[in-house]
Design a protein around this ligand. Structure first.
Ligand SMILES: NC(=O)c1ccc[n+]([C@@H]2O[C@H](COP(=O)([O-])OP(=O)(O)OC[C@H]3O[C@@H](n4cnc5c(N)ncnc54)[C@H](O)[C@@H]3O)[C@@H](O)[C@H]2O)c1
Ligand SMILES: [Zn+2]
Length: 651
């Protein structure tokens, strides 16, 4: 990097940092930012005399947003050094261990949200300040008061700064974006931006509606006299704050690497975004001895996870016709690797979405892929536009069968029920795992059967013959026999599989199971009243189901005759101390809430969320919350998690 390039890079980083920190609307992905940041850092290391004091490497955050009252932190807030792989992490550890051998390390997730400092005095929340530039931030006290997990009052009378991350769950993020989309408002790119943007609202009523979470990770000014940070944090969590899902004290690189791997695999399972793991020296005296650079503490490091957000370009857009006829626009991308998987396509959802985001062919975009989520385009990086990008037009004719499309605004549909794409996709769906589970009847083969004219509609798969299959390319006797056997075996399947396989709009696996559980094999003759009587069924579902059965009555009847599905057996309830009891769970448990809930329900319990006089048992784990107190107050039976495991015989 030349001096000129350095100067330019600093200006670019400043522009990007401003958009990210102040406007909560990044211009590039973190990966791209971090890459340039490191180049700048490298140049500064080689040319200390050239360092621009306004360089992002020399300061925390960015200038403050206009409109908020500014407020000073009682003690400084910091940024954090990053390492991106095992080699860098081990180098960091080696540096520390050279002067401080045998230290303990406190390890917990790195939460991807917005930094917040809470000042408590006389046990009351006095002020909440965003990190800002580390010295001074925005006073968001009124907004912070609306966050449920921020205590307004604590059982600690001395002055203390409690620091943590304001987070938004992935679910809440999806909910808010759905709401914003329906109102025609701009979408948040990710939960981090959404949390930061929601915290920094001039109107606290807006913040209140966003269901934010506060996750403490440290303290500023305080007068606690513990030897270790882990003890300080125990004290803080005991004041009634949310605990991180994992926090450990360890001593060796191997232990830390093992936790890193564990967290990385569990990453998608958490309800909030984690972008890495934080490793801190646990002994406070050692922290003090190591001290700080201009920007970050020398005693902690962020060990980052591989990025799930990437930048790439949209080369083209193709249209897919689904089994219900809905046209889905799919972006063809310049291939990009995300966590070891090469992504070449991403859904663009629908045409409303395209128009709202103003995505064009040729655009540079941010793509996210996490866990089993299909890759999604979350942002158009308009700063890369050259003017040559092409608008994506709404289609008027089906790309597969050519018939005129029905444009319902958000959805565009091919209405031709004989459209090859619809037929093929409904057969693929019918055969899929969560439906009739017919082994070997996947996309390729269904297409082949359709093109050969052997299958024109769903029912035809049950009329396939050996000699037909043998005429197809790639089919020898064995393969043909396996396929025919798999199709034959699907006869007599569970009736919910049959209903689910029909692919009725709004009727998925859960709804199909409920229909069968309630009405068995009489599912074709149901009235609207009967459907609405099923728990969780609304107008839209009932209407969709009835309409489907009305239009496809003959077809479904014929299929039914061929397949003769099985009615469900009544679920057997094992008698237990929890049978017919209303149970509430509170505190951190050894297994996930979902698992425990399912187990208790299997034992015949009704698991609810709020404690009332009707509650029979409150089962508590570690650090139980207000539900525990309420149960005590109401005289509801309390049971520890261990007692529960003992009773169910899994102690
Ligand atoms: N995309 C962009 O344009 C752009 C611009 C600027 C910065 N960024 C991104 O922001 C990051 C750098 O920002 P930064 O300097 O604020 O650092 P950072 O946000 O990566 O790390 C420091 C912060 O981590 C938070 N944190 C979360 N969990 C924590 C824990 N367990 N213990 C302690 N702190 C915890 C704290 O709020 C702390 O202030 C980089 O990842 C960079 O990619 C991106
Ligand atoms: Zn069509």
């Amino acid at each position: 990097m030349t001096r000129e390039e350095y100067k330019k890079a600093v200006e670019t980083l400043k522009k990007w940092a401003y958009a990210y920190y102040v406007e909560d609307n990044p211009l590039v992905t973190d990966e791209v930012y971090d890459k340039l940041y490191r180049e700048v850092e490298q140049y500064e290391k080689e040319h200390p005399e050239d360092i621009d004091p306004t360089s992002p490497t020399q300061r925390v955050g960015a200038p403050l947003k206009e409109g908020f009252k500014k407020a000073k932190h009682l003690s400084r807030m910091w940024s954090m050094e990053d390492v991106f792989d095992a080699k860098e992490f081990e180098a960091w550890m080696a540096r520390i261990q050279k002067n401080f051998p045998g230290e303990r390390y406190y390890v917990e997730p790195k939460f991807d949200g917005a930094s917040l400092n809470l000042i408590y005095e006389n046990g009351l929340l006095k002020q909440a300040i965003t990190r800002g530039d580390g010295v001074e931030g925005e006073d968001v006290t009124n907004n912070a008061r609306t966050i449920q997990s921020i205590r307004l009052e604590i059982d600690h009378k001395d002055l203390i700064e409690i620091r943590g991350e304001v987070l938004m769950t992935k679910q809440e993020f999806e909910r808010i974006n759905r709401e914003r989309q329906s109102k025609g408002e701009a979408l948040f790119a990710n939960p981090r931006n959404a949390a930061a943007g929601s915290l920094r609202q001039l109107d606290p009523r807006i913040t209140a509606k966003r269901n934010l979470i506060f996750q403490p990770w440290g303290v500023g000014v305080h007068n606690l006299s513990y030897e270790f940070l882990s003890e300080v944090m125990d004290y803080i969590y005991n004041l009634g704050f949310r605990k991180p899902p994992i926090r450990r004290v360890c001593t060796t690189v191997e232990e830390i690497e093992a936790i890193y791997d564990e967290l990385k695999t569990m990453r998608d399972g958490f309800d909030v975004m984690l972008d890495g793991m934080v490793v801190k020296i646990d002994r406070i005296a050692a922290q003090k001895a190591l001290g700080y650079t201009v920007k970050y503490p020398r005693w902690m490091v962020a060990y980052k996870f591989p990025a799930v957000e990437k930048q790439t370009r949209i080369k083209d857009v193709v249209l897919q016709v689904g089994r219900t006829g809905v046209i889905t626009p799919v972006a063809v991308l310049e291939p990009v690797e995300v966590e070891g998987v090469v992504v070449e396509r991403a859904t663009l959802n629908n045409f409303d979405y395209i128009e709202k985001m103003d995505v064009r062919i040729g655009d540079m975009v941010t793509l996210i892929r996490s866990g089993d989520v299909i890759p999604k385009i979350i942002k158009v990086l308009t700063q890369y536009r050259t003017g040559k990008e092409k608008k994506i037009e709404r289609p008027t004719h089906c790309p597969v069968c050519g018939s005129e499309l029905l444009d319902e605004g958000k959805l565009i549909k091919c209405q031709n029920i004989n459209c090859p794409a619809r037929v093929v996709n409904s057969i693929i769906y019918f055969s899929s795992k969560q439906c009739m589970n017919i082994d070997g009847l996947g996309e390729k083969i269904v297409e082949q059967l359709y093109e050969a004219g052997l299958v024109k509609e769903l029912e035809d798969i049950y009329h396939l013959k050996m000699e037909d299959l043998l005429k197809l390319e790639g089919f020898k006797e064995k393969r043909a026999k396996n396929l025919l056997d798999a199709i034959e075996k699907s006869k007599g399947a569970q009736c919910w599989r049959f209903i689910n396989g029909l692919g009725i709009e709004h009727i998925g696996e859960v709804a199909s199971k409920k229909i069968c559980q309630a009405y068995g094999l009489d599912f074709m003759e149901l009235t609207k009243e009967q459907l609405l009587a099923i728990e969780g069924f609304g107008e839209e579902m009932a209407e969709s189901y009835l309409e489907f059965m009305r239009v496809n009555r003959d077809k479904v009847g014929r299929l039914l005759n061929i397949i003769r599905p099985k009615a469900p057996e009544k679920e057997e309830i094992v008698e237990s101390p929890f049978t017919k009891k209303t149970v509430v769970l509170t505190g951190t448990m050894k297994k996930s809430r979902g698992e425990i809930k399912a187990m208790l329900e299997h034992l015949g319990a009704k698991v609810t969320n709020t404690v009332s006089k009707k509650t029979d048992i409150v089962i508590y784990g570690e650090d139980p919350g207000s539900k525990y107190d309420k149960a005590k107050q109401l005289g509801v039976k309390l049971m520890s998690e261990d007692e529960m495991w003992e009773l169910v015989g899994e102690a």
